[in-house]
Design a protein around this ligand. Structure first.
Ligand code: C2E
Ligand code: MG
Ligand code: MG
Ligand code: MG
Length: 284
């Protein structure tokens, strides 16, 4: 009987696995179609300074599927990463973002903003990534110093010297680099010293319980101190409450992103909010 049960269990799991494989394949096929058919869009989430005025935005990808509805990037980015789809998607994102940055620089209420774009590990590892980005920038002439690429710690795991070389080439284009989800990967002091970063982003998983979990509080304080000692800008993501903001501010964080200031929104909504909120005095 135990054997039968085992067999049934096996059958059950293999059916479930089959389904998972199929839906994954279906999602991948749909994603392939999405790229050319206006189902992908960038939303923009504001980043604010200490006076809570907008100083920048993070571009976040959205997939509006005709029948599935909105699919989360947490769902489709990993699938895209496993195929070469992430390269087409990533290029599309960079192209739209640079076009946007160029446009904003002609708009008085927007021209002070920086724009952060997420780059996936596979995209970053592409041999011609720097050339490709340089071609995009040439197509959309803009103040490249306002462009920020968000990288992840997983990119640094491989050959550090090679990664540093690529990061230097990217910086030579005029843009700046940020380390996303900082503290969730294999952060080490030795790589922080080597990488040409301008900013680190405190992951939202540490910010969430900052006021109730002593370990997270220490983690965040340590990251802020680290950033200060390495002369890096530090931004906290996932700030949802006034209490979290006060904690972060009290410990020397100076840039924030999170629902407290605004959720990621479509372009027109983002622009009208920026018009309403105005330009920080320090940036005029
Ligand atoms: P991420 O880069 O760490 O982006 C931050 C995520 O936190 C976003 O989720 C954002 O909507 C969410 N978030 C912001 N503020 C809050 C808050 O106060 N509370 C909570 N609970 N969440 C907040 P989203 O847009 O679902 O994106 C998820 C991840 O997907 C991103 O994490 C990023 O890793 C990836 N992703 C998004 N767009 C792109 C893209 O264009 N290219 C690549 N390669 N990855 C992307
Ligand atoms: Mg990000
Ligand atoms: Mg992040
Ligand atoms: Mg994150």
């Amino acid at each position: 009987r135990a054997k039968d049960a085992g067999r049934n269990t096996f059958r059950f799991f293999s059916a479930a696995m089959q389904l998972a494989v199929e839906s994954r394949a279906a999602l991948e096929a749909d994603l392939r179609l999405a790229i050319g058919s206006q189902q992908l869009a960038l939303h923009y989430q504001v980043q604010v300074d200490d006076s809570q005025r907008p100083i920048g935005a993070e571009a976040l990808l959205r997939w509006h599927h005709p029948s599935r509805g909105t699919v989360s990037p947490l769902q489709f980015i990993p699938i895209a990463e496993e195929s070469s789809l992430i390269l087409d998607i990533g290029n599309w994102v960079l192209d739209v973002a640079c076009a946007q940055l160029a446009r904003w620089q002609r708009m008085p209420a927007m021209r002070h903003l920086t724009l952060a774009v997420n780059v996936s590990a596979r995209q970053f590892r592409q041999a011609d990534f720097v050339d490709m980005l340089s071609a995009i920038i040439a197509r959309h002439p803009c103040d490249v110093s306002r462009l920020k690429l968000e990288l992840t710690e997983s990119m640094v795991l491989s050959d550090v010297a090679e990664v540093v070389h690529k990061m230097d080439s990217l910086r030579a284009l005029g843009l700046s680099l940020s380390m996303d989800d900082f503290g969730t990967g294999y952060s080490s002091l030795s790589y922080l010293k080597k990488l040409p970063l301008a900013q680190i982003k405190i992951d939202q998983s540490f910010v969430r319980d900052i006021t109730t979990d002593a370990t997270d509080a220490v983690m965040v304080k340590t990251i802020i101190d680290l950033a200060r000692n390495f002369r890096l800008e530090v931004i906290a993501e996932g700030v949802e409450t006034q209490e979290q903001l006060e904690f972060l501010r009290g410990h020397g964080c100076m840039i924030y992103q999170g629902y407290l200031f605004g959720k990621p929104v479509p372009l027109d909504e983002f622009e009208s909010r920026c018009h309403a909120q105005g330009v920080p005095a320090s940036l005029t």
